[in-house]
Design a protein around this ligand. Structure first.
Ligand SMILES: Cc1cc2nc3c(=O)[nH]c(=O)nc-3n(C[C@H](O)[C@H](O)[C@H](O)COP(=O)(O)O)c2cc1C
Length: 427
């Protein structure tokens, strides 16, 4: 049983008081769930000596000081079950927590006396130059957080030349996202389909729409167990079946039906009827994909050094990810994997990473450890859920300003100045 500090106790009492009052416009259960989750899950953010006040909700994007300030506003706006789907992790959520906690276990030693006034955070990956070494992770179904959805995210990130990865299950196709990004294409994220002909069709479309890079997600191989999401659904009294196709006999079990997502709208109708032996998700499948496409291929979901070495051997980019702690609860963080993987990859292929990155300094640390680009997931959904496109844009602006400041502060004129020699284990 955890011993709470005085500040934590008073915060807890305050949250319990809020839980009993309608002041926030959120239900008692929501507030109590927030109490429990925050006390267990968020040791570093926000700081315990200055508890984040959940009664204070920013009213407009410009008021946000950091990305965390979008979270409670999005929580208030987004329907409970959708919030549960987005914000939680698998099993006991150990991996979800570890991603964030472990970032603070690596420290960066600043270099001094360098002229950093014109520090340049731009990054080129596979021939495309972006303004920043961070990107917005592929996340499906963003219409469930705000009607601006992926197209709004595309406009907001495109304006800043910040990379956006677009999920196979997005509620916007690569055609529309790339138009919204104005000539600065998204990175396409591929989910393998049971029928190879359908997989080919969605890859072909992404390629035709101008995408030059594709990440193939390989970390979702079993049925996920996500109790917090199930509880959030219990508390949300709306009927899922009103908007979603649901599993037979379970009105609270929505199904993701690929066919209905825009990236599939050009798939020939007869392919859905074909009886096929479903494709297996293996290295052979990756080869098949690579032989088929002209896009550069990265493998998303790598956590282990040997898998990373396979990627290097076969010429795939490495994308270190555990799906934001949503698929497995091994408590292994992505940043700890990066520490092991970067030295064996030795810069031979690009390394992308995501999981728990919330501040500019988190991103700068990962770059120093060997990451080419750092993915940010839930924070931009908080911006989206809170204020739509304008919220996403502010999240991007905050992170841009923080990355630049962090680079300058540690003495980096360009990203090349960030190196593993600056990193040590925090005590
Ligand atoms: C609600 C939600 C949906 C996601 N959907 C996808 C997806 O469609 N494809 C994919 O490759 N990853 C998906 N992910 C994983 C993200 O790409 C990314 O790995 C993760 O969110 C990074 O962790 P972070 O949220 O802590 O930043 C999803 C994550 C969340 C939270």
């Amino acid at each position: 049983m955890k011993n709470f500090t005085k500040d934590e106790k008073s915060r807890r009492l305050f949250l319990q008081y809020l839980a009993a009052s309608p002041v926030l416009g959120i239900g008692a259960k929501d507030a109590l769930a927030a109490t429990a989750a925050e006390l267990q899950d968020r040791p570093a953010d926000p700081y315990v000596w200055k508890p984040y006040d959940p009664a204070y909700l920013i009213e407009k994007p410009e008021d946000a000081l950091e990305v965390f300030e979008f979270e409670p506003v999005a929580h208030k706006n987004v329907p409970g079950a959708h919030w549960g789907f987005m914000s939680t992790g698998a099993d006991g959520e150990g991996t979800y927590r570890a991603n964030r906690q472990d970032i603070s276990k690596f420290a960066i030693r600043s270099r001094r006396l360098r002229d950093v006034r014109n520090a340049d955070p731009s990054r080129e990956v596979f021939g495309t130059k972006y303004a920043m070494p961070f990107f917005l992770c592929p996340i499906g179904g963003q219409a469930m957080y705000h009607p601006d959805a992926e197209a709004g995210v595309a406009r907001a990130s495109g304006r800043h030349n910040v990379a956006q990865a677009l999920s196979t299950l997005a509620t916007c196709s690569t055609t529309d996202a790339n138009k919204a990004r104005n000539g600065n294409p998204v990175i396409f994220q591929l989910y393998q389909q049971a029928n190879w002909e359908i997989t080919k069709s969605i890859i072909t479309r992404a390629e035709r729409d101008g995408c030059r890079t594709m990440v193939v997600t390989v970390d979702g191989v079993s049925a996920r167990k996500d109790m917090q999401f199930e509880r959030a659904k219990r508390d949300d009294k709306r009927l899922c079946a009103t908007c979603h196709e649901v599993r037979p006999g379970n009105p609270k079990s929505p199904m993701i039906v690929s066919k209905t997502r825009p990236q599939f709208s050009e798939v020939p109708a007869e392919l859905w009827e074909q009886k096929v032996t479903p494709d297996k998700l293996t290295w052979e499948f990756l080869k098949r994909v690579r032989d088929f496409t002209k896009m550069e291929v990265l493998v998303k979901g790598i956590m282990d050094v040997e898998d990373a070495m396979m990627c290097v051997k076969l010429g795939y980019g490495v994308y270190i990810s555990n799906h934001g702690g949503r698929n497995e609860d091994t408590s292994g963080s992505t940043i700890a994997s990066l520490a092991d993987i970067a030295p064996v990859v030795k810069g031979k292929v690009p390394i992308l990473i995501d999981g728990g990155f919330r501040r500019g300094m988190d991103i700068v640390k990962a770059v120093a450890m060997g990451a080419t680009m750092v993915g940010v997931g839930r924070p931009y959904l908080w911006g989206l859920g809170a204020f739509g496109e304008a919220g996403v844009e502010k999240v991007v602006q905050i992170l841009k300003a923080e990355v630049l400041a962090a680079m300058q502060q540690v003495g980096a004129v360009s990203l090349k100045d960030l190196n593993p020699g600056m990193i040590h284990k925090a005590l």
